[in-house]
Ligand binder design. Structure first.
Ligand SMILES: C[S@@+](CC[C@H](N)C(=O)[O-])C[C@H]1O[C@@H](n2cnc3c(N)ncnc32)[C@H](O)[C@@H]1O
Length: 335
């Protein structure tokens, strides 16, 4: 384990220990809200977005303890490497899909940028600028601090933003935009058009969108009780609110004016890495229990880890059955 990982884990534990009472309660309420959604409760997008922000505010600190600082599970592209190296491989492949002409002069947009570590990786690879927005200010605070620590504040720009609102950027301003497990899991079908149009507006002509996103595969069947039961169990664990088919997203992109160049399953499965992380969290629970006993961490942290694990097996089963994909790839170009 390297120094950066130790420092990140300790910071995550400290932030968890110092979270205000209302933030912890909001996180637990959010998880219950996701469960009620899966039980069929009709919910408004604004309430879903609030629950997502409340949940991620705590989750990002919790997962950073387990080396999940970039809040996504990549496909296992190299099985002799762990999560982090596979994230780097996934990001490099995505960046090449953006097909940048002058990488060092490029300005990219990261939608749902988490703690800004993917933006940081891209800015390092291109030598250009990356802007990112996110619904949760807690993650953004961490992104801004890290950019300053790396002396890259002049090339990394982060601000609060919501996929469901107008994007606060000029038209025709980006050479590419991308998302990693951060956009489509939060959309109902009838809302896809508005966001696709915003993406189209902020991109320069000829610029591309590329993603690695959680989507159902065409084999998922809403009339199949087994599919529906697995979905109900895994979705709250993914901290997602909706499940779209790639064809729905691509149709919205095309209606907005994009030419879809690729819509394809992930290059490899994510479940082996999900299972590695699940085992690590299981081990980590012993530490968490110890910290709870000496009152460094409150008891709800362990409860939250339990909840996180509940859906893990359902995800593995769903992915093995090829009914859902964490890293579906779409590449689309603005005409
Ligand atoms: C699974 S995480 C992936 C984060 C990031 N792409 C990464 O890999 O580190 C999903 C992210 O989407 C963000 N998010 C969820 N709903 C959003 C919304 N409506 N607008 C902007 N960001 C949102 C969450 O705060 C979270 O950072």
């Amino acid at each position: 384990m390297n120094w950066y990982r130790i420092k990140t884990a300790v910071t995550g534990l400290r932030r968890l220990a110092n979270l205000p009472e209302e933030d912890k309660q909001a996180c637990i309420d959010a998880y219950r809200f996701f469960q009620r959604m899966q039980d069929g409760e009709k919910t408004k997008t604004a309430d879903e977005t609030k629950a997502v922000a409340d949940y991620y505010k705590v989750l990002n600190n919790m997962l950073s303890v387990f080396d999940l600082e970039k809040l996504y599970i990549p496909p296992q592209l190299n099985d002799s490497e762990g999560l982090y190296q596979n994230q780097l491989l996934c990001e490099q492949a995505l960046l090449s899909e953006l097909n940048l002409k002058n990488a060092d002069k490029s300005h990219l947009l990261d939608m749902g940028c988490g703690r800004g570590r993917i933006a940081h990786h891209f800015a390092t690879l291109t030598g250009g600028q990356v802007s990112g927005y996110n619904i949760d200010p807690n993650q953004l605070e961490n992104a801004v601090e890290w950019a300053a620590e790396c002396d890259m504040s002049d090339r990394l720009h982060f601000k609060t933003g919501d996929h469901h609102k107008r994007l606060e950027y000029e038209s025709d301003s980006f050479d590419g935009c991308f998302s990693i497990q951060a956009v489509w899991p939060f959309f109902k079908k009838e809302e896809l058009d508005a966001h696709a149009q915003e993406m189209y507006r902020v991109l320069k002509p000829g610029a591309r969108y590329a993603c690695s996103e959680y989507l159902l595969t065409p084999y998922f069947d809403w009339t199949n009780q087994e599919h529906v039961a697995l979905h109900k169990r895994y979705l709250p664990t993914l901290a997602a609110t909706q499940s779209m088919y790639p064809s729905d997203v691509c149709a919205a992109l095309e209606r907005a004016g994009f030419r879809v160049l690729l819509s394809a399953p992930s290059k490899s499965e994510a479940w082996p890495i999900c299972e590695q992380k699940r085992d690590l969290i299981l081990m980590g629970r012993k530490l968490v229990r110890g910290l709870e006993a000496i009152r460094i961490l409150p008891p709800w942290v362990e409860e939250s880890l339990d909840l996180l694990q509940t859906g893990g097996q359902a995800w593995t089963d769903a992915e093995k059955a090829k009914i859902a994909d964490l890293n579906w790839r779409i590449v689309a170009e603005k005409g």
